[in-house]
Design a protein around this ligand. Structure first.
Ligand SMILES: [Zn+2]
Length: 68
């Protein structure tokens, strides 16, 4: 996976069974929608309402078409 900000490679790691991907260059963090819910449940925080434009279960990042 590529960073949506600087397009560097991202490193995925697991924390408490939750997959998180982080850019080692600009420190951006990507997290899947399912993982976000899990994380919120784990920490006891409240989850903000989902974005209405993201209705297809994708991840919250841009630049997906720039794969090369
Ligand atoms: Zn980056």
């Amino acid at each position: 996976m590529q960073c949506p900000k600087c397009h560097a490679g991202m490193v995925g790691y697991q924390r408490d069974g939750i997959l998180i991907e982080q850019c080692m260059v600009c420190r951006a963090v990507l997290i899947g929608e399912y993982e976000l819910v899990r994380l919120v449940e784990t920490c006891g925080c409240t989850l903000p309402p989902p974005l209405p434009s993201n209705g297809h279960g994708g991840r919250h990042y841009e630049g997906r078409h720039r794969r090369n």
